[in-house]
Write a protein that binds this ligand. Sequence first.
Ligand code: FA5
Length: 345
Amino acid sequence: MEERLKELKEEVLAKIQEASNIKALNDVRVAYLGRKGPITDLLKGMGKLPPEERPKMGALVNVIRESVTEVLEARMAKLEEEAINAQLEKESIDVTLPGRPIKTGNHHPLTRVVEEIEDFFLSMGYEIAEGPEVEKDYYNFEALNLPKGHPARDMQDSFYISEEILLRTHTSPVQARTMEEKKGEPIKVICPGKVYRRDSDDATHSHQFTQIEGLVVGENIRMSDLKGTLSLFAKEMFGNDREIRLRPSFFPFTEPSVEMDISCFKCGGDGCNVCKKTGWIEILGAGMVHPNVLEMAGYDSSVMTGFAFGMGPERIAMLKYGVEDIRHFYTNDVRFISQFHRTEA
Ligand code: FA5
């Protein structure tokens, strides 16, 4: 029996060393030291030994069991430590790695251009005036020297809601409303907002678009004031080298009326695809407020004069950012919109 005990000890010590993980070591413990294991069997078989041998053999079995348990626990502690180290290695965080960028939104290019234009005029002492998009025929046309049946109404195809109500076709009705409200006082406002026309959508036209109106009324306001203001505006939006040119035009609510071109910012005036080889790009309509419009709003046109202008920020944004189709502004494709980060301005 003593021989068998020694063999058993060698065997279990070898198995303990072989066990390469916690589960395998646990299996060894159950197999050799468990209730059905050979050491327990030996203890149970003690009864069959002669009484004088029993204490000696009992002590021997206990010594072997204790020494095997000790080796097993030491091995277990080592395997546990190795497992923890392996886990730490796997889950370790490299604090020197750069963080993942957080996706942020940015302003729509059109909003940016509108805000840029607003900032410029606010810095020149203008205020912002607003009016309704669902407008009375009176303010959209009549108060702007466009009585019913006037052929120039055809210049702006309209969405009528009833005989007297329509979606405003331009921001000029805000001129008429502001003059009526100010009751003969001087005015210096810009009026940004949405407008609607029965235009067929194409690369440069939309049935809904944005306009920014400007109106200055006071004593002694002259065409040269309009020209100086627009010249500064063009330099602010398109760069210091920009020249402007005013061409005669026609709007029923201004007299004289002009259209403003800027010298092409791409070719500097030599002629290219952006300016269609002319060296100039049209960006807005303007003029001196027609005396009839001033009178209808209660201003004495012999004392007070004014200038007004109206521009399309979509067209300005298209020029500024080289956008070839106005419809990109409305389809909200993030691949398009996300190209215009504030830092690029
Ligand atoms: C007007 O709407 C006048 N109310 C402007 C004005 C105001 C003149 C004050 C004098 C004094 P016009 O129809 O040209 O003018 O439009 C002005 C601008 O709006 C154009 O230069 C263009 O930039 C833009 N625009 C006109 N139609 C469209 C459209 N369908 N889609 C996008 N932009 C347009």
